[in-house]
Design a protein around this ligand. Sequence first.
Ligand code: NFE
Ligand code: MG
Length: 567
Amino acid sequence: MTRVTIDPITRIEGHLRIDVDVDGGRVKKAWSSGQMWRGVELILLGRDPRDAWAITQRICGVCTTVHAVTSVRAVENALQMEVPLNAQYIRNIIILAHSIHDFIVHFYHLSALDWVDVTSALKADPDKTASLAESLSNWSLNNKHEMRKTHERLKNFVNGGQLGIFTNGYWGHPAMKLSPEVNLLAVAHYLQALEVQRHANKIVSILGGKSPHIQNVAVGGVANPLATDSQAVLTVERLLAVKEHIDALNDFIKNVYMVDVAAVGAFYADWTKYGAGVTNYLSVPDIPLDTKGTKFAFPGGYIANKDLGSYKAIKTFGDEFWTKGVEEGVKHSWYDYNKGGPLHPFKGETKPNYTDFKDDGKYSWLKSPTFYGKPAQVGPLARVLNMLAADYAPAKKYATGTLDLVSTLAHTKVGLDAMHSTIGRHAARMISCAINVDLLGDQWNLLMGNIAKGDMATFNKPVFPKGEVMGVGFHEAPRGALSHWVVIDDGKIKNYQCVVPSTWNACPRNDKDEPGPYEASLLDNPIADPEKPLEVLRTIHSFDPCIACAIHLTDKENDTAVTVKAV
Ligand code: NFE
Ligand code: MG
């Protein structure tokens, strides 16, 4: 048995350590450990609930908008508030654009190099690459000129004695399977995607004031005044600029991202056999279409043990099937609870107890969330499978289209079962991206239509009652189901707990010693060379880890997080 420790895992957000025991070229046991201790939840205690969104979105600089939106939803849920339609649409456009940014950056910049050998691309014939690219889609930058230019840039990186942004990949690894031409094509799209992702960020910035960390959210709505006749506020002219960015994203997603993921899936069809892990899938509905949060553009729910027939829907923001199911345990986490656990988030505690890394004891700063006592996988795969179980037509359209394209390219029939895998998570993220860019166009139309009717409202004023109220806000964030749980007493925050997508997926073993989704997904993965565990990265990266989000707790014994000296 060989022990392999990867610490830190790179091309992710935050500090993640993965340990695997390898025997006979396969992973036999795995541990996922969050190694970073930081603080947000307890900073909120005693504060005005209207400020919580601005503070909680500092949990992360990658999924910046998501904690802001989830936080105001939690407070609005506690106050049983309605949110004006324009505010829902503006928030929806922001979170959809943000998710698209996240998906594109994840595939090209954070994970493609696990599958694409950059040095092999140097051996490619750029003209042949262009012919291949043009046979796959009619994206305007698939031409000979672009491929020659990319080849030239790569040569310059290498001739200059450095690979620049491509330094430190597992180049030449035996698990790399793409031809030089396909590798060059992927590198070309990697570089183009750096430009394309800006369109998504511009949408977020126009509506949110800036990115990362939007400025326009408020409990009760948004702080964007609308007008058709003033340059000082959000005008039709600004909204028309948003539409141009939506169209540019749509072009890239449909003609490049979808094709590239299908091609990687087809060339690495072997990887549809690895990485399933925990197959209880949890997602929440999102993109609210009414003022109360009872109607959503896409469904969410729970599937047990990969059986789509077991689907149970989560229907509204306050749905008890959701609120009653969530708990967090700390048996293998560096915390203690006062009276054992696991605990419901409204009663959540944060008492650190660091023990060093103990294989059979405590080994992570992440808690272990469960849904009705079971570990659950969240994220794009959970989202898309729940959508399919709910008969959501756009998911059916894009999932069928993707599996058909993969089958054609792989010359073998690839069915839905292949989705429960490392590659399946990439496919699901791409399907989710295609759905979201269509929804982005829809939300833009709804906003313009509502303004055209003369409705300019964007905000309802919150009123805090005497005594205690509690609420939960959820959001289907890029990495999956995110929830904030707030208890408010006399208008001040009494308890605040965030249960975050990467906590669900990257958690250590739970109170029953069942492995979390990352850990379970690594079991039986092949490892060609324990010195270069590329295969571990493939599976872990397919979840898109964010450990900053996953560990957002603070030390309540010692509430001074940092001392700054003015000299
Ligand atoms: Ni920091 Fe996040 C998303 C949230 S994480 S990236 O998506 O919430 O798990
Ligand atoms: Mg938490």
